[in-house]
Write a protein that binds this ligand. Structure first.
Ligand SMILES: Cc1cc2nc3c(=O)[nH]c(=O)nc-3n(C[C@H](O)[C@H](O)[C@H](O)COP(=O)(O)OP(=O)(O)OC[C@H]3O[C@@H](n4cnc5c(N)ncnc54)[C@H](O)[C@@H]3O)c2cc1C
Length: 500
């Protein structure tokens, strides 16, 4: 950093200082700001975001059809009613966030075009010192804060994950990753191969299929899809009753939470019955003559990866109409004109879309130091999956992967505000998680247990993430139904939190 971490009183006086700096103005950062306004109204805070606007994921992803996977009654905030269809487009989500910024007076706190490059904890000054790059300038500014609230998401926005397929350089057409969708991509009348069959492929294919000559979804292995009309029966039943928006939202939200809980339970206790139901749903849209083997019969237990939602069965409808088809095979090599398959076949293509996932990014590409020593995040123990051992005054909003991200964001935001108020009550400038004596021999477990959830982007990069233990508060279960009470009732005065 071009400033010394222990630069002393003079420096600390002169750089712009905040009680809380929030990194990221996506769903989580806006949630954090709402909770600060509500629970810690005297804190001076700002949100810093690299992008030129709010919304994070919902701004950076611009591929055709981009939409949520979860219902917005749970993916939306607990505190802002959702009134639209359960599965929403990026445009609808951005409009919802836009309203929230005005309703909650958050907009004036956001600084766009601000990329946090370095974060140095200065133990003498008891604050974080950040070096922040500004869009359109080679210069960076220095800011400081007492508490650093990481709401930077969990993957690299600038570039998606593309495996190093053999022969890629030979292909004569365009290769595109959905995360960096080119504005000028003309797929009208073209033969398109989409590699992958997760949520992104499932979203993209029906959105482009009518315009292309044909779209082939090439998958290594099948995925479970959850196909149903994009409508909540309960919401439609309640709508004519003209309930207050808050009631309507809360009732429908509870219904979704209960349904999701039941699906999770069944995925562990009766996976075969759940699997049969999902396959029946597929058959209903694909038609009785479409063979589900081998393209739609995954080998893993349902829910070990997020179920890819198909609102109104859209992907299946494109397949049934002959606009799209599925191939389950391995890639031997790209060729000048397409993809040669391990089974010997060839897929002709003008455009190849690699819907092959994310690059996990634990700390927003920020170089962290603690009193001059580089922070190795993988050495830290996650405290309730929110704070990190040995890292003072810092929290990370990491949401749910199976159920909606935001349900955890809401819980974490309440927790962090409670912690900030606890610090004030104790007159403490610093809070830092630390292991108790009895925790020192804890077995190390990965941040996300692959038995529980095994998406490729996580398993590829789990070694970069903090670890979890086998006892509270060092467990991160990714289970809303147990965490809800654990986080809400967490004792902030136990020995695992040191205040000074
Ligand atoms: C296509 C897609 C669909 C998804 N659908 C769902 C869904 O339906 N349900 C669900 O639960 N989850 C879904 N997810 C997961 C999704 O990422 C989260 O649910 C949620 O949007 C994450 O919000 P966030 O604010 O935590 O992070 P992000 O949306 O990733 O936003 C983080 C922000 O932080 C900024 N930032 C990062 N690093 C820095 C830095 N160093 N300095 C300054 N700013 C920085 C970024 O520019 C970005 O604007 C989806 C993800 C993708 C990619």
């Amino acid at each position: 950093m071009n400033v010394e971490p222990t630069a002393g009183a003079e420096f600390v006086e002169t750089c712009e200082h905040f009680d809380v700096l929030i990194v990221g103005a996506g769903i989580s950062g806006i949630d954090a700001a709402y909770h600060l306004n509500k629970n810690c109204p005297n804190k001076r805070y700002a949100l810093l975001d690299t992008q030129s606007g709010f919304g994070g994921t919902w701004r950076t992803h611009t591929y055709p059809g981009i939409r949520s996977d979860s219902d917005l009654y749970t993916f939306g905030y607990k505190w802002k009613p959702w009134k639209g269809p359960p599965i929403a487009t990026a445009e609808q989500i951005l409009a919802y966030l836009d309203e929230a910024l005005d309703e909650q007076d958050i907009r004036r706190h956001i600084r766009f075009g601000h990329r946090v490059l370095e974060a140095a904890w200065d133990g003498a000054a008891k604050r974080w010192i950040l070096r922040v790059g500004q869009a359109g300038s080679d210069n960076s500014v220095v800011m400081s804060c007492t508490f650093l609230w990481m709401c930077q998401g969990y993957y690299r926005h600038s570039e998606g994950y593309t495996p190093d397929f053999p022969g890629m350089e030979r292909f004569g057409g365009r290769i595109v990753h959905p995360q960096t969708w080119p504005d000028d991509l003309d797929y009208q009348g073209k033969r398109v191969v989409v590699i992958g069959s997760g949520a992104t492929a499932a979203t993209l294919i029906p959105a482009i299929a009518d315009d292309c000559a044909h779209v082939t979804m090439l998958q290594r292995s099948p995925t479970y899809y959850y196909a149903k009309p994009n409508v909540s029966e309960l919401a439609e039943l309640l709508r004519p009753l003209d309930l207050p928006d808050e009631w309507f939202h809360e009732i429908v939200r509870r219904r979704y939470l209960q349904d999701q809980k039941e699906v999770t339970r069944r995925s562990f206790e009766e996976p075969e019955a759940l699997r049969a139901e999902l396959l029946e749903g597929a058959q209903a849209y694909l038609g009785p003559d479409y063979p589900l083997e081998p393209h739609f019969t995954p080998s893993y237990r349902p829910w070990r990866q997020r179920l890819a939602a198909l609102p109104d069965g859209d992907l299946f409808k494109s397949i049934a109409a002959g606009k799209a088809s599925v191939v389950t095979d391995h890639i031997e090599t790209f060729t000048e004109t397409g993809i040669k398959l391990a089974s010997g076949g060839h897929l002709d293509a003008d455009i190849i879309i690699t819907a092959t996932g994310f690059n996990l990014l634990p700390l927003g590409d920020i170089a962290f130091t603690i009193d001059g020593k580089p922070l190795d995040f993988s050495e830290c123990w996650a405290h309730r999956g929110i704070l990190f051992s040995g890292v003072p005054n810092m929290a990370w909003v990491f949401g749910y992967l199976r159920t909606s991200w935001t349900m955890r964001a809401d819980l974490v935001c309440e927790f962090v505000c409670r912690l900030l108020n606890q610090m004030d009550q104790q007159g403490a400038d610093v809070v830092m998680p630390r292991l108790r004596d009895e925790d020192r021999d804890m077995p190390e477990k990965p941040f996300i247990d692959s038995e529980n959830f095994n998406a490729g982007y996580l398993t590829r990069s789990m070694h970069l993430m903090p670890k979890q233990g086998d006892r509270q508060p060092w467990i991160f279960s990714q289970d809303y139904y147990s965490e809800k009470d654990q986080i809400e009732e967490a004792d902030l005065d136990d020995e695992t939190l040191r205040y000074e």
